[in-house]
Write a protein that binds this ligand. Structure first.
Ligand code: PMV
Length: 324
């Protein structure tokens, strides 16, 4: 059976940085994110007995390195389904890959849901999230809908993501400013390894439980200003970890810094607006929907054109629009 899934990327408000188990991808702490409506991966999978090897095309290309990680994930799916059959996989992002935007979250969420269904399995959301996590940690958060928490479990079976609120819960906009087009200089897996010897890292970890609790309270009250302040300081803390790791990692580009300053300037003069940044140069700006147009106008005035506007989105879903 041919199956296709559409998965959103997600941006973390409380970040995952560091693992307690590398092999199983168990994070050192829980995290909280929202799915992004306009950063999507579509993936079609078909297991076909006539194939001698897996046949993988990502964004129109057969790339051996990327295919390797996909094949590993297909092995996980085959092990659950107890089938030996090879698969054809075609996957497409709706955003420019040259932009260096991370697509592993949406990519592995789409592959997990299309792949398990194509293999004849009917897994529950929790099982899908666990399987997606094994492919790429943050992919587990792209499975459930809307605002999501990746629970801080200590075992394979207890480390998965759940929906805290549906996408309609909070009318916010997440505007991604593309601030560089290099392929990532340091992989997240390397960055997470380097942080282990960082003397500040234990301090970060000791605060994570409290931070998560606090953010959830602000979300519950829809207290946008307190929520935003915590999200922004959390992003800066992640980068403080990267900057003080050995070797140090600087993910920012000059434009990254310019946008951070601009956001803080708009905030002090006009309306509540905050930024968050993952392990790359791009800046995600978060504001209430009612201020979205004004924000975009302010960005354009500063000649910042390369943006992707998102709202909170559903998680991964099936579609009948197959890619082959
Ligand atoms: O799942 P990965 O390997 O793409 O790691 C994600 C790490 C961050 O994006 C920096 C933080 C997060 O929680 O998404």
């Amino acid at each position: 059976m041919k199956t296709t899934a559409i998965a959103p990327s997600n941006i973390a408000f409380i970040k995952y940085w560091g693992k307690k188990d590398e092999e199983l991808r168990l994070p050192a702490n829980g995290s909280i994110s929202v799915n992004l409506s306009n950063l999507l991966t579509t993936t079609t999978v078909e297991f076909n007995k006539s194939l001698k090897t897996d046949d993988i095309t990502i964004n129109g290309k057969r790339d051996a390195k990327k295919a390797n990680r996909v094949m590993k994930h297909l092995e996980r799916i085959r092990a659950v389904a107890r089938i030996p059959t090879k698969a054809r996989v075609v996957s497409q992002n709706n955003f420019p890959t040259a932009g260096g935007l991370a697509s592993s979250a949406s990519g592995f969420a789409a592959l997990t849901i299309a792949g398990t269904k194509a293999a004849g399995l009917s897994l529950k959301e929790k099982e899908l999230s666990i399987l997606a996590r094994q492919g790429s940690g943050s992919a587990c958060r792209s499975v459930p809908d809307g605002f999501v928490e990746w629970l801080d479990g200590d075992t394979d079976k207890t480390s998965f993501a759940i929906s805290l609120y549906p996408p309609s819960y909070w009318d916010i906009a997440i505007v991604v400013v593309l601030a560089g087009n290099e392929e990532k200089s340091v992989l997240t897996s390397e960055g997470m390894r380097f942080v282990k010897s960082n003397p500040f890292y234990p301090v970060r970890l000791s605060n994570m439980g409290r931070k998560i609790k606090e953010l959830k309270q602000y979300m519950k009250k829809r207290d946008f200003e307190r929520f935003g302040m915590l999200v922004e300081s959390e992003a800066l803390e992640l980068h403080a970890m990267a900057l003080t790791s050995a070797p140090p990692i600087i993910y920012w580009q000059p434009l990254t810094m310019r946008v951070m300053k601009l956001v803080q300037g708009i905030r002090s003069r006009y309306f509540p607006v905050y930024f968050t940044i993952d392990s790359g140069p791009h800046v995600c700006i978060v504001c209430e929907k009612k201020n979205q147009n004004l924000l975009i106008q302010k960005l354009r005035q500063q000649n910042i054109q390369d943006i992707i506007i998102n709202k909170p989105s559903l998680g991964t879903r099936l579609t009948s629009n197959h890619l082959f």
